[in-house]
Ligand binder design. Structure first.
Ligand code: AGP
Length: 611
Protein backbone atom coordinates (compact mmCIF):
# COMPACT_ATOMS: atom_id res chain seq x y z
CA UNK A 1 0.00 0.00 0.00
CA UNK A 2 2.62 2.35 -1.18
CA UNK A 3 1.96 5.43 -3.33
CA UNK A 4 3.30 5.56 -6.86
CA UNK A 5 3.49 8.58 -9.16
CA UNK A 6 5.03 8.95 -12.63
CA UNK A 7 5.10 11.56 -15.37
CA UNK A 8 6.10 11.80 -19.02
CA UNK A 9 5.54 14.87 -21.13
CA UNK A 10 6.84 18.36 -21.78
CA UNK A 11 6.99 19.76 -18.25
CA UNK A 12 9.65 19.43 -15.54
CA UNK A 13 8.90 16.00 -14.00
CA UNK A 14 10.42 16.53 -10.52
CA UNK A 15 8.01 19.15 -9.11
CA UNK A 16 4.99 17.22 -10.44
CA UNK A 17 6.19 13.94 -8.93
CA UNK A 18 7.20 15.51 -5.61
CA UNK A 19 3.78 17.15 -5.21
CA UNK A 20 2.11 13.89 -6.17
CA UNK A 21 4.07 11.97 -3.55
CA UNK A 22 2.94 14.43 -0.89
CA UNK A 23 -0.67 13.90 -1.93
CA UNK A 24 -0.21 10.11 -1.72
CA UNK A 25 1.77 10.09 1.51
CA UNK A 26 -1.29 8.75 3.38
CA UNK A 27 -0.66 5.48 1.54
CA UNK A 28 2.69 4.91 3.29
CA UNK A 29 5.38 7.09 4.78
CA UNK A 30 8.34 4.85 5.70
CA UNK A 31 10.55 6.21 2.89
CA UNK A 32 10.30 7.91 -0.50
CA UNK A 33 12.28 8.32 -3.68
CA UNK A 34 12.36 9.54 -7.24
CA UNK A 35 14.16 8.60 -10.43
CA UNK A 36 14.47 10.70 -13.59
CA UNK A 37 16.31 10.40 -16.90
CA UNK A 38 18.48 13.32 -17.95
CA UNK A 39 21.25 11.77 -20.11
CA UNK A 40 21.23 8.81 -17.67
CA UNK A 41 18.98 7.45 -14.96
CA UNK A 42 19.40 9.29 -11.65
CA UNK A 43 17.86 7.78 -8.48
CA UNK A 44 17.37 9.70 -5.22
CA UNK A 45 15.73 8.10 -2.18
CA UNK A 46 15.50 8.66 1.57
CA UNK A 47 14.04 7.00 4.64
CA UNK A 48 11.22 8.99 6.26
CA UNK A 49 8.73 11.55 4.96
CA UNK A 50 8.65 13.05 1.46
CA UNK A 51 9.68 16.38 3.02
CA UNK A 52 13.00 14.73 4.03
CA UNK A 53 13.60 13.64 0.42
CA UNK A 54 12.76 17.17 -0.75
CA UNK A 55 15.20 18.62 1.79
CA UNK A 56 17.96 16.26 0.64
CA UNK A 57 17.45 17.36 -2.98
CA UNK A 58 17.73 21.11 -2.42
CA UNK A 59 20.29 22.44 -4.92
CA UNK A 60 20.38 19.17 -6.92
CA UNK A 61 19.92 19.71 -10.69
CA UNK A 62 16.99 17.51 -11.61
CA UNK A 63 15.92 18.75 -15.02
CA UNK A 64 13.99 16.01 -16.83
CA UNK A 65 10.58 15.53 -18.50
CA UNK A 66 10.15 11.90 -17.45
CA UNK A 67 10.32 10.35 -13.99
CA UNK A 68 8.93 7.93 -11.42
CA UNK A 69 8.32 8.45 -7.70
CA UNK A 70 7.34 6.29 -4.73
CA UNK A 71 6.31 6.65 -1.10
CA UNK A 72 6.64 3.38 0.84
CA UNK A 73 4.77 1.29 3.40
CA UNK A 74 7.34 -1.36 4.25
CA UNK A 75 6.50 -5.04 3.71
CA UNK A 76 9.76 -6.74 2.66
CA UNK A 77 12.78 -5.03 4.27
CA UNK A 78 12.71 -2.50 7.10
CA UNK A 79 12.26 1.22 6.43
CA UNK A 80 15.72 2.43 5.28
CA UNK A 81 17.45 4.31 2.44
CA UNK A 82 18.59 1.10 0.74
CA UNK A 83 15.11 -0.50 0.85
CA UNK A 84 13.45 2.67 -0.41
CA UNK A 85 12.18 2.80 -3.99
CA UNK A 86 12.98 3.40 -6.85
CA UNK A 87 15.38 0.48 -7.30
CA UNK A 88 18.03 0.33 -10.07
CA UNK A 89 18.77 -2.88 -11.93
CA UNK A 90 22.23 -4.44 -11.61
CA UNK A 91 22.86 -3.40 -15.25
CA UNK A 92 22.08 0.18 -14.21
CA UNK A 93 19.86 0.53 -17.27
CA UNK A 94 16.37 0.23 -15.69
CA UNK A 95 14.74 1.71 -12.61
CA UNK A 96 11.44 0.56 -11.10
CA UNK A 97 8.85 1.44 -8.46
CA UNK A 98 6.39 -1.12 -7.11
CA UNK A 99 3.25 -1.20 -4.97
CA UNK A 100 2.26 -4.71 -3.80
CA UNK A 101 3.92 -7.96 -2.75
CA UNK A 102 5.73 -10.49 -4.99
CA UNK A 103 4.87 -13.70 -3.11
CA UNK A 104 7.33 -15.98 -5.01
CA UNK A 105 10.23 -13.51 -4.86
CA UNK A 106 12.43 -15.94 -2.89
CA UNK A 107 12.29 -18.49 -5.73
CA UNK A 108 13.07 -15.84 -8.34
CA UNK A 109 15.88 -14.50 -6.15
CA UNK A 110 17.62 -17.87 -5.81
CA UNK A 111 17.49 -18.27 -9.63
CA UNK A 112 19.16 -14.85 -10.02
CA UNK A 113 21.73 -15.46 -7.28
CA UNK A 114 22.69 -18.67 -9.08
CA UNK A 115 23.39 -16.44 -12.11
CA UNK A 116 25.66 -14.20 -9.99
CA UNK A 117 23.22 -11.38 -9.23
CA UNK A 118 23.87 -9.42 -6.02
CA UNK A 119 21.23 -7.39 -4.24
CA UNK A 120 21.56 -3.95 -2.58
CA UNK A 121 18.25 -4.22 -0.67
CA UNK A 122 16.03 -6.77 1.09
CA UNK A 123 13.05 -6.01 -1.12
CA UNK A 124 10.95 -8.25 -3.35
CA UNK A 125 10.88 -5.32 -5.77
CA UNK A 126 14.62 -5.39 -6.56
CA UNK A 127 14.28 -9.11 -7.25
CA UNK A 128 11.49 -8.57 -9.78
CA UNK A 129 13.41 -5.70 -11.40
CA UNK A 130 16.51 -7.81 -11.99
CA UNK A 131 14.36 -10.76 -13.08
CA UNK A 132 12.85 -8.53 -15.81
CA UNK A 133 16.25 -7.11 -16.78
CA UNK A 134 17.75 -10.60 -16.97
CA UNK A 135 15.02 -11.73 -19.39
CA UNK A 136 15.53 -8.58 -21.52
CA UNK A 137 19.27 -9.27 -21.79
CA UNK A 138 19.10 -13.04 -22.31
CA UNK A 139 16.15 -12.97 -24.71
CA UNK A 140 17.47 -9.83 -26.46
CA UNK A 141 13.94 -8.50 -26.40
CA UNK A 142 12.38 -5.13 -25.63
CA UNK A 143 11.73 -4.08 -22.04
CA UNK A 144 7.98 -4.29 -22.77
CA UNK A 145 8.36 -7.91 -23.90
CA UNK A 146 10.58 -8.75 -20.93
CA UNK A 147 7.97 -7.35 -18.54
CA UNK A 148 5.26 -9.47 -20.20
CA UNK A 149 7.37 -12.64 -19.94
CA UNK A 150 8.39 -11.95 -16.33
CA UNK A 151 4.88 -11.23 -15.10
CA UNK A 152 3.71 -14.61 -16.30
CA UNK A 153 6.09 -16.10 -13.72
CA UNK A 154 5.10 -13.81 -10.85
CA UNK A 155 2.57 -14.58 -8.09
CA UNK A 156 1.30 -11.77 -5.85
CA UNK A 157 0.06 -8.23 -6.31
CA UNK A 158 1.73 -5.39 -8.13
CA UNK A 159 1.67 -2.09 -9.81
CA UNK A 160 5.08 -1.51 -11.36
CA UNK A 161 6.36 1.46 -13.38
CA UNK A 162 9.71 1.23 -15.17
CA UNK A 163 12.12 3.80 -16.56
CA UNK A 164 14.48 2.63 -19.33
CA UNK A 165 17.68 4.55 -20.01
CA UNK A 166 17.70 3.39 -23.63
CA UNK A 167 14.09 4.49 -24.21
CA UNK A 168 14.16 7.81 -22.31
CA UNK A 169 10.72 8.90 -23.64
CA UNK A 170 8.75 5.83 -22.52
CA UNK A 171 7.31 4.50 -19.27
CA UNK A 172 6.24 0.86 -18.95
CA UNK A 173 3.59 0.09 -16.32
CA UNK A 174 1.61 -3.00 -15.32
CA UNK A 175 -1.06 -3.88 -12.76
CA UNK A 176 -2.48 -6.83 -10.85
CA UNK A 177 -4.33 -6.38 -7.59
CA UNK A 178 -3.01 -2.90 -6.74
CA UNK A 179 -4.60 0.29 -8.11
CA UNK A 180 -3.27 2.31 -11.07
CA UNK A 181 -4.88 5.29 -12.81
CA UNK A 182 -3.46 7.19 -15.78
CA UNK A 183 -4.31 10.87 -16.35
CA UNK A 184 -4.42 12.04 -19.98
CA UNK A 185 -3.15 15.56 -20.67
CA UNK A 186 -2.10 17.45 -23.81
CA UNK A 187 1.14 15.65 -24.89
CA UNK A 188 1.66 14.44 -21.33
CA UNK A 189 0.54 11.58 -19.08
CA UNK A 190 0.33 11.24 -15.31
CA UNK A 191 0.40 7.81 -13.58
CA UNK A 192 -0.64 7.35 -9.94
CA UNK A 193 -2.10 4.98 -7.32
CA UNK A 194 -5.23 7.17 -7.17
CA UNK A 195 -6.51 10.37 -8.71
CA UNK A 196 -5.35 12.81 -6.03
CA UNK A 197 -1.95 13.60 -7.74
CA UNK A 198 -3.69 13.93 -11.14
CA UNK A 199 -6.79 16.06 -10.46
CA UNK A 200 -5.01 19.43 -10.69
CA UNK A 201 -3.68 18.64 -14.21
CA UNK A 202 -6.53 16.75 -15.93
CA UNK A 203 -9.93 15.13 -15.29
CA UNK A 204 -9.54 12.62 -18.13
CA UNK A 205 -8.39 9.30 -16.67
CA UNK A 206 -8.09 5.62 -17.50
CA UNK A 207 -8.33 3.03 -14.68
CA UNK A 208 -5.96 0.16 -15.49
CA UNK A 209 -7.34 -3.36 -14.94
CA UNK A 210 -5.60 -6.51 -13.71
CA UNK A 211 -3.11 -8.09 -16.15
CA UNK A 212 -2.94 -4.92 -18.26
CA UNK A 213 0.29 -3.32 -19.46
CA UNK A 214 0.63 0.37 -20.36
CA UNK A 215 3.27 1.74 -22.71
CA UNK A 216 3.23 5.49 -22.08
CA UNK A 217 4.89 8.33 -23.99
CA UNK A 218 4.12 12.04 -23.80
CA UNK A 219 1.81 11.90 -26.79
CA UNK A 220 0.80 8.23 -26.72
CA UNK A 221 -0.86 5.73 -24.38
CA UNK A 222 -0.99 2.08 -25.51
CA UNK A 223 -2.72 -0.58 -23.42
CA UNK A 224 -2.11 -4.31 -23.93
CA UNK A 225 -2.85 -7.53 -22.07
CA UNK A 226 -0.18 -10.07 -21.13
CA UNK A 227 -1.03 -11.84 -24.39
CA UNK A 228 0.31 -8.77 -26.26
CA UNK A 229 -3.17 -7.89 -27.61
CA UNK A 230 -4.06 -4.19 -27.76
CA UNK A 231 -6.89 -2.89 -25.51
CA UNK A 232 -8.85 0.31 -26.20
CA UNK A 233 -8.42 2.61 -23.18
CA UNK A 234 -11.77 3.43 -21.47
CA UNK A 235 -11.45 7.14 -20.69
CA UNK A 236 -13.55 8.43 -17.75
CA UNK A 237 -14.11 11.89 -16.28
CA UNK A 238 -13.02 12.46 -12.65
CA UNK A 239 -15.90 13.73 -10.46
CA UNK A 240 -13.72 15.46 -7.87
CA UNK A 241 -12.52 19.01 -7.15
CA UNK A 242 -8.99 19.96 -6.01
CA UNK A 243 -10.43 21.65 -2.88
CA UNK A 244 -11.68 18.26 -1.75
CA UNK A 245 -8.09 17.11 -1.23
CA UNK A 246 -6.85 20.29 0.44
CA UNK A 247 -7.00 20.98 4.23
CA UNK A 248 -9.26 23.98 3.75
CA UNK A 249 -7.78 25.88 6.73
CA UNK A 250 -8.02 22.99 9.18
CA UNK A 251 -4.86 21.91 11.04
CA UNK A 252 -5.37 18.29 10.05
CA UNK A 253 -7.30 16.38 7.36
CA UNK A 254 -8.84 14.26 10.17
CA UNK A 255 -10.39 17.35 11.82
CA UNK A 256 -11.52 18.73 8.44
CA UNK A 257 -13.16 15.41 7.60
CA UNK A 258 -14.89 15.21 11.01
CA UNK A 259 -16.31 18.70 10.46
CA UNK A 260 -17.36 17.84 6.88
CA UNK A 261 -19.84 15.23 8.15
CA UNK A 262 -23.03 17.33 8.19
CA UNK A 263 -22.40 17.85 4.44
CA UNK A 264 -21.10 14.38 3.62
CA UNK A 265 -24.00 12.70 5.43
CA UNK A 266 -26.35 14.98 3.47
CA UNK A 267 -24.54 13.99 0.26
CA UNK A 268 -24.96 10.28 1.04
CA UNK A 269 -28.71 10.90 1.45
CA UNK A 270 -29.07 13.26 -1.56
CA UNK A 271 -31.24 11.94 -4.35
CA UNK A 272 -31.95 8.75 -2.35
CA UNK A 273 -34.12 9.84 0.57
CA UNK A 274 -37.48 10.83 -0.93
CA UNK A 275 -39.51 12.13 2.00
CA UNK A 276 -42.20 13.61 -0.27
CA UNK A 277 -43.08 10.18 -1.68
CA UNK A 278 -42.05 8.26 1.44
CA UNK A 279 -39.56 6.20 -0.51
CA UNK A 280 -35.90 5.44 -1.04
CA UNK A 281 -34.42 5.60 -4.55
CA UNK A 282 -31.22 3.62 -5.11
CA UNK A 283 -30.58 2.25 -8.61
CA UNK A 284 -28.22 -0.50 -7.48
CA UNK A 285 -30.65 -1.74 -4.81
CA UNK A 286 -33.58 -1.57 -7.24
CA UNK A 287 -31.63 -3.62 -9.81
CA UNK A 288 -31.22 -6.47 -7.30
CA UNK A 289 -34.28 -5.90 -5.10
CA UNK A 290 -35.70 -9.40 -5.72
CA UNK A 291 -32.39 -11.07 -4.83
CA UNK A 292 -32.05 -8.84 -1.76
CA UNK A 293 -35.64 -9.35 -0.55
CA UNK A 294 -35.49 -13.10 -1.05
CA UNK A 295 -31.92 -13.66 0.10
CA UNK A 296 -31.55 -16.77 2.33
CA UNK A 297 -28.86 -14.80 4.10
CA UNK A 298 -26.63 -11.78 3.60
CA UNK A 299 -22.89 -12.12 4.26
CA UNK A 300 -21.06 -8.85 4.93
CA UNK A 301 -17.30 -8.84 4.30
CA UNK A 302 -15.04 -5.98 5.42
CA UNK A 303 -11.99 -4.88 7.44
CA UNK A 304 -11.28 -2.40 10.23
CA UNK A 305 -13.74 0.46 10.54
CA UNK A 306 -15.77 -0.87 7.63
CA UNK A 307 -16.20 -4.11 9.61
CA UNK A 308 -17.71 -2.08 12.45
CA UNK A 309 -20.21 -0.61 9.96
CA UNK A 310 -21.01 -4.19 8.95
CA UNK A 311 -21.89 -5.09 12.55
CA UNK A 312 -24.39 -2.21 12.71
CA UNK A 313 -25.85 -3.30 9.36
CA UNK A 314 -26.30 -6.83 10.75
CA UNK A 315 -28.37 -5.50 13.68
CA UNK A 316 -30.53 -3.26 11.43
CA UNK A 317 -31.12 -5.78 8.60
CA UNK A 318 -31.99 -8.63 10.96
CA UNK A 319 -34.36 -6.40 12.96
CA UNK A 320 -36.13 -4.75 10.04
CA UNK A 321 -35.79 -7.17 7.11
CA UNK A 322 -35.79 -10.46 9.10
CA UNK A 323 -32.96 -11.77 6.87
CA UNK A 324 -30.10 -13.63 8.62
CA UNK A 325 -26.82 -11.71 8.34
CA UNK A 326 -23.27 -12.99 8.87
CA UNK A 327 -20.45 -10.49 9.39
CA UNK A 328 -17.02 -11.69 8.30
CA UNK A 329 -13.46 -10.39 8.67
CA UNK A 330 -12.44 -10.44 5.00
CA UNK A 331 -8.97 -11.82 5.77
CA UNK A 332 -10.46 -14.82 7.63
CA UNK A 333 -13.36 -15.32 5.22
CA UNK A 334 -10.88 -15.46 2.33
CA UNK A 335 -8.98 -18.48 3.63
CA UNK A 336 -11.44 -20.48 5.69
CA UNK A 337 -13.30 -21.89 2.70
CA UNK A 338 -16.76 -20.61 3.74
CA UNK A 339 -19.99 -22.18 2.51
CA UNK A 340 -21.25 -19.98 -0.31
CA UNK A 341 -24.32 -20.97 -2.28
CA UNK A 342 -25.32 -19.68 -5.68
CA UNK A 343 -27.44 -16.55 -5.25
CA UNK A 344 -26.07 -15.75 -1.79
CA UNK A 345 -25.75 -11.99 -1.45
CA UNK A 346 -22.42 -10.61 -0.29
CA UNK A 347 -22.06 -7.00 0.84
CA UNK A 348 -18.49 -5.72 0.48
CA UNK A 349 -17.96 -2.58 2.55
CA UNK A 350 -14.82 -0.55 1.86
CA UNK A 351 -13.88 3.15 1.90
CA UNK A 352 -10.98 2.76 -0.52
CA UNK A 353 -12.45 -0.06 -2.58
CA UNK A 354 -8.87 -1.35 -2.81
CA UNK A 355 -8.40 -3.30 0.44
CA UNK A 356 -6.74 -6.51 -0.74
CA UNK A 357 -8.29 -8.77 1.93
CA UNK A 358 -11.79 -7.65 0.94
CA UNK A 359 -11.06 -7.62 -2.79
CA UNK A 360 -9.69 -11.18 -2.87
CA UNK A 361 -12.41 -12.48 -0.53
CA UNK A 362 -15.20 -11.29 -2.83
CA UNK A 363 -13.36 -12.45 -5.95
CA UNK A 364 -13.48 -15.96 -4.45
CA UNK A 365 -17.15 -15.62 -3.47
CA UNK A 366 -18.05 -14.34 -6.94
CA UNK A 367 -16.39 -17.41 -8.48
CA UNK A 368 -18.77 -19.51 -6.34
CA UNK A 369 -21.81 -17.71 -7.78
CA UNK A 370 -22.49 -15.15 -5.05
CA UNK A 371 -23.98 -11.75 -5.91
CA UNK A 372 -21.53 -9.01 -4.89
CA UNK A 373 -23.01 -5.74 -3.69
CA UNK A 374 -20.39 -3.04 -3.00
CA UNK A 375 -20.80 -0.23 -0.47
CA UNK A 376 -17.83 1.90 -1.45
CA UNK A 377 -16.50 5.45 -1.26
CA UNK A 378 -13.88 5.61 -4.04
CA UNK A 379 -15.51 5.77 -7.47
CA UNK A 380 -14.02 3.41 -10.05
CA UNK A 381 -12.10 1.43 -7.42
CA UNK A 382 -11.22 -2.23 -7.91
CA UNK A 383 -14.03 -3.57 -5.69
CA UNK A 384 -16.52 -1.34 -7.55
CA UNK A 385 -15.34 -2.81 -10.83
CA UNK A 386 -15.91 -6.44 -9.77
CA UNK A 387 -19.19 -5.89 -7.91
CA UNK A 388 -22.48 -6.77 -9.65
CA UNK A 389 -24.06 -3.62 -8.24
CA UNK A 390 -23.70 -1.33 -5.28
CA UNK A 391 -24.00 2.08 -3.72
CA UNK A 392 -21.34 4.76 -3.36
CA UNK A 393 -21.19 6.52 0.02
CA UNK A 394 -20.38 9.95 -1.54
CA UNK A 395 -18.25 11.07 1.43
CA UNK A 396 -15.66 12.60 -0.98
CA UNK A 397 -11.91 11.88 -0.81
CA UNK A 398 -10.87 10.79 2.71
CA UNK A 399 -7.20 11.66 3.27
CA UNK A 400 -6.83 11.20 7.03
CA UNK A 401 -5.71 7.58 7.64
CA UNK A 402 -8.29 7.17 10.39
CA UNK A 403 -11.67 6.75 8.72
CA UNK A 404 -14.29 9.23 9.97
CA UNK A 405 -16.70 10.74 7.39
CA UNK A 406 -16.57 7.56 5.28
CA UNK A 407 -17.75 5.54 8.31
CA UNK A 408 -20.79 7.70 9.02
CA UNK A 409 -21.63 7.73 5.30
CA UNK A 410 -21.38 3.90 5.31
CA UNK A 411 -23.84 3.75 8.23
CA UNK A 412 -26.25 6.04 6.37
CA UNK A 413 -26.10 4.05 3.13
CA UNK A 414 -26.46 0.70 4.93
CA UNK A 415 -29.50 2.06 6.80
CA UNK A 416 -31.04 3.25 3.50
CA UNK A 417 -30.51 -0.20 1.95
CA UNK A 418 -32.05 -1.97 4.98
CA UNK A 419 -35.04 0.38 5.10
CA UNK A 420 -35.63 -0.12 1.36
CA UNK A 421 -35.53 -3.91 1.59
CA UNK A 422 -37.83 -3.85 4.65
CA UNK A 423 -40.30 -1.59 2.82
CA UNK A 424 -40.31 -3.86 -0.25
CA UNK A 425 -40.66 -6.95 1.95
CA UNK A 426 -43.37 -5.23 4.03
CA UNK A 427 -41.47 -6.49 7.07
CA UNK A 428 -42.01 -3.10 8.74
CA UNK A 429 -45.09 -0.85 8.82
CA UNK A 430 -45.36 2.17 6.51
CA UNK A 431 -45.54 4.31 9.67
CA UNK A 432 -42.22 2.90 11.01
CA UNK A 433 -40.64 3.33 7.60
CA UNK A 434 -41.65 7.00 7.42
CA UNK A 435 -40.47 7.54 11.02
CA UNK A 436 -37.04 6.13 10.12
CA UNK A 437 -36.82 8.29 6.97
CA UNK A 438 -37.51 11.39 9.06
CA UNK A 439 -34.94 10.30 11.64
CA UNK A 440 -32.31 9.86 8.90
CA UNK A 441 -33.07 13.23 7.34
CA UNK A 442 -32.50 14.90 10.72
CA UNK A 443 -29.00 13.47 11.19
CA UNK A 444 -26.95 16.18 9.38
CA UNK A 445 -28.34 18.90 11.70
CA UNK A 446 -27.85 16.81 14.82
CA UNK A 447 -24.22 16.18 13.85
CA UNK A 448 -23.77 19.91 13.16
CA UNK A 449 -25.14 20.58 16.66
CA UNK A 450 -22.44 18.41 18.26
CA UNK A 451 -19.69 20.06 16.16
CA UNK A 452 -20.83 23.53 17.20
CA UNK A 453 -19.42 23.05 20.70
CA UNK A 454 -16.55 20.60 21.22
CA UNK A 455 -15.19 22.28 24.37
CA UNK A 456 -16.35 19.56 26.76
CA UNK A 457 -15.02 16.77 24.54
CA UNK A 458 -11.68 18.62 24.33
CA UNK A 459 -11.59 19.01 28.15
CA UNK A 460 -12.26 15.29 28.68
CA UNK A 461 -9.65 14.39 26.05
CA UNK A 462 -6.96 16.51 27.71
CA UNK A 463 -7.90 15.06 31.11
CA UNK A 464 -7.32 11.49 29.89
CA UNK A 465 -4.56 12.07 27.32
CA UNK A 466 -1.93 10.37 29.47
CA UNK A 467 -3.91 7.17 29.92
CA UNK A 468 -2.07 3.95 29.14
CA UNK A 469 -5.21 1.94 28.58
CA UNK A 470 -8.86 2.71 27.78
CA UNK A 471 -12.13 0.75 27.63
CA UNK A 472 -15.13 1.53 25.44
CA UNK A 473 -18.45 -0.11 26.31
CA UNK A 474 -21.88 -0.16 24.71
CA UNK A 475 -24.88 -2.42 24.20
CA UNK A 476 -27.02 -3.20 21.20
CA UNK A 477 -26.48 -0.75 18.35
CA UNK A 478 -23.93 1.09 20.49
CA UNK A 479 -21.67 -1.97 20.92
CA UNK A 480 -20.08 -1.67 17.44
CA UNK A 481 -19.70 2.07 18.10
CA UNK A 482 -17.74 1.24 21.26
CA UNK A 483 -15.50 -0.97 19.07
CA UNK A 484 -15.06 1.93 16.61
CA UNK A 485 -14.23 4.34 19.45
CA UNK A 486 -11.52 1.96 20.66
CA UNK A 487 -10.09 1.54 17.14
CA UNK A 488 -9.95 5.31 16.58
CA UNK A 489 -8.12 5.85 19.86
CA UNK A 490 -5.63 3.04 19.13
CA UNK A 491 -4.91 4.39 15.64
CA UNK A 492 -4.57 8.02 16.63
CA UNK A 493 -3.04 7.99 20.15
CA UNK A 494 -1.31 4.59 20.34
CA UNK A 495 -3.11 4.03 23.70
CA UNK A 496 -4.11 0.38 24.14
CA UNK A 497 -7.91 0.48 23.94
CA UNK A 498 -10.59 -2.19 23.76
CA UNK A 499 -14.29 -2.15 22.98
CA UNK A 500 -16.74 -4.59 24.59
CA UNK A 501 -20.44 -5.27 24.92
CA UNK A 502 -21.02 -3.67 28.34
CA UNK A 503 -22.55 -6.82 29.82
CA UNK A 504 -19.49 -8.85 28.79
CA UNK A 505 -17.35 -7.02 31.36
CA UNK A 506 -18.36 -9.20 34.28
CA UNK A 507 -17.13 -12.26 32.36
CA UNK A 508 -13.50 -11.19 32.73
CA UNK A 509 -12.48 -7.73 31.47
CA UNK A 510 -13.80 -6.05 34.63
CA UNK A 511 -10.61 -7.34 36.25
CA UNK A 512 -8.83 -4.54 34.35
CA UNK A 513 -10.82 -1.83 36.12
CA UNK A 514 -9.14 0.32 38.77
CA UNK A 515 -8.85 4.03 39.60
CA UNK A 516 -6.43 4.56 36.69
CA UNK A 517 -8.56 3.13 33.89
CA UNK A 518 -10.82 5.44 31.85
CA UNK A 519 -14.00 3.58 30.88
CA UNK A 520 -16.22 5.23 28.29
CA UNK A 521 -19.85 4.16 27.96
CA UNK A 522 -21.88 4.88 24.86
CA UNK A 523 -25.04 5.22 26.92
CA UNK A 524 -27.64 7.06 24.86
CA UNK A 525 -31.30 6.37 25.45
CA UNK A 526 -32.47 3.04 23.91
CA UNK A 527 -33.99 -0.29 24.85
CA UNK A 528 -30.83 -1.25 26.75
CA UNK A 529 -30.55 1.99 28.79
CA UNK A 530 -31.46 0.62 32.21
CA UNK A 531 -29.08 -2.30 31.75
CA UNK A 532 -26.28 0.04 30.70
CA UNK A 533 -26.76 2.13 33.85
CA UNK A 534 -26.32 -0.98 36.04
CA UNK A 535 -23.14 -1.80 34.07
CA UNK A 536 -21.92 1.75 34.77
CA UNK A 537 -22.57 1.23 38.48
CA UNK A 538 -20.49 -2.00 38.37
CA UNK A 539 -17.55 0.03 36.99
CA UNK A 540 -18.13 2.85 39.46
CA UNK A 541 -18.01 0.33 42.29
CA UNK A 542 -14.46 -0.51 41.19
CA UNK A 543 -13.47 3.18 41.00
CA UNK A 544 -13.09 3.14 37.20
CA UNK A 545 -12.78 6.66 35.63
CA UNK A 546 -16.21 6.80 34.03
CA UNK A 547 -16.96 8.83 30.91
CA UNK A 548 -20.36 8.62 29.19
CA UNK A 549 -21.99 9.70 25.95
CA UNK A 550 -25.60 10.37 26.92
CA UNK A 551 -28.77 11.76 25.35
CA UNK A 552 -29.51 15.49 25.80
CA UNK A 553 -31.49 16.02 29.02
CA UNK A 554 -30.75 12.55 30.41
CA UNK A 555 -30.07 13.09 34.12
CA UNK A 556 -30.13 9.40 35.07
CA UNK A 557 -26.33 9.13 34.89
CA UNK A 558 -25.22 12.52 36.22
CA UNK A 559 -24.53 10.94 39.63
CA UNK A 560 -22.24 8.34 38.06
CA UNK A 561 -19.77 10.57 36.22
CA UNK A 562 -18.56 14.16 35.85
CA UNK A 563 -17.35 13.49 32.30
CA UNK A 564 -20.58 13.49 30.34
CA UNK A 565 -20.86 14.19 26.61
CA UNK A 566 -24.44 15.10 25.62
CA UNK A 567 -25.73 14.34 22.11
CA UNK A 568 -29.10 15.02 20.44
CA UNK A 569 -31.74 12.30 20.89
CA UNK A 570 -32.33 9.87 18.00
CA UNK A 571 -34.03 6.55 17.26
CA UNK A 572 -31.71 3.75 18.51
CA UNK A 573 -31.17 2.53 14.90
CA UNK A 574 -29.93 5.98 13.90
CA UNK A 575 -28.11 6.96 17.11
CA UNK A 576 -24.84 5.13 16.17
CA UNK A 577 -24.23 7.67 13.37
CA UNK A 578 -24.50 10.54 15.87
CA UNK A 579 -22.74 8.82 18.79
CA UNK A 580 -19.65 8.21 16.63
CA UNK A 581 -18.86 11.93 16.33
CA UNK A 582 -17.76 12.53 19.96
CA UNK A 583 -15.58 9.40 19.77
CA UNK A 584 -13.85 10.68 16.62
CA UNK A 585 -13.23 14.05 18.32
CA UNK A 586 -12.05 12.42 21.58
CA UNK A 587 -9.40 10.38 19.79
CA UNK A 588 -8.42 13.41 17.67
CA UNK A 589 -7.94 15.72 20.67
CA UNK A 590 -6.08 13.02 22.66
CA UNK A 591 -3.78 12.46 19.66
CA UNK A 592 -3.11 16.19 19.28
CA UNK A 593 -2.58 16.60 23.04
CA UNK A 594 0.02 13.81 22.86
CA UNK A 595 1.72 15.72 20.00
CA UNK A 596 1.19 12.94 17.44
CA UNK A 597 0.70 13.18 13.67
CA UNK A 598 -3.01 12.35 13.61
CA UNK A 599 -3.19 12.31 9.81
CA UNK A 600 -0.37 9.79 9.40
CA UNK A 601 -0.30 7.52 12.46
CA UNK A 602 2.77 5.29 12.78
CA UNK A 603 2.80 1.93 11.01
CA UNK A 604 -0.52 2.61 9.20
CA UNK A 605 -1.61 3.43 5.68
CA UNK A 606 -4.92 4.60 4.26
CA UNK A 607 -5.63 1.74 1.95
CA UNK A 608 -4.24 -1.71 2.65
CA UNK A 609 -3.54 -3.10 -0.82
CA UNK A 610 -1.51 -6.10 0.32
CA UNK A 611 -2.83 -9.23 2.06
C1 AGP B 1 -9.81 2.91 9.86
O1 AGP B 1 -9.64 4.13 10.46
C2 AGP B 1 -8.59 2.36 9.27
N1 AGP B 1 -8.02 3.22 8.34
C3 AGP B 1 -8.74 0.94 8.74
O2 AGP B 1 -9.18 0.11 9.78
C4 AGP B 1 -9.71 0.79 7.57
O3 AGP B 1 -11.02 0.92 8.02
C5 AGP B 1 -9.53 -0.61 6.96
O4 AGP B 1 -8.22 -0.70 6.49
C6 AGP B 1 -10.53 -0.86 5.85
O5 AGP B 1 -10.31 0.03 4.82
P1 AGP B 1 -11.41 0.18 3.65
O6 AGP B 1 -12.68 0.65 4.26
O7 AGP B 1 -10.79 1.16 2.70
O8 AGP B 1 -11.55 -1.19 3.02
Amino acid sequence: MCGIVAYVGHREAYPIILKGLKRLEYRGYDSSGIAVISDEIKVYKKQGRVSELEESLLGVHLSATIGIGHTRWATHGEPSDRNAHPHLSQSGRISMIHNGIIENYATLKSELVAKGYQFKSDTDTEVLLNFIDDIRENNECSLEEAVRIALKRVTGAYVIVLLDEENPDTLIAARKGSPLVIGIGKNEHFLASDASPIIEYTKEVVYINDYELAIVKGDELILKNLGNEKITPFVQQLDMELAAIEKGGFEHFMLKEIFEQPDTIFDSLRGRLDLANADIVMAGVQKYIEELKNANRIIIVACGTSWHAALIAEYIIEELCRIPVEVEYASEFRYRNPIINKGDVIFAISQSGETADTLVAIERAKEKGAIIFGILNVVGSSIARISHAGAYTHAGPEIGVASTKAFTAQLVVLALIAFKIAKEKKSISEERFIHLLNELSAVPNKVAEILQNTTEIKRIAEKHADATSFLFLGRGYNFPIALEGALKLKEISYIHAEGYPAAEMKHGPIALVDENLPVLFVATKDAYHEKVISNMQEINARKGKLIAIVTDGDTSVSELSQDLIFVPEADELIAPIINTIPLQLLSYYIGVTRGLDVDKPRNLAKSVTVE
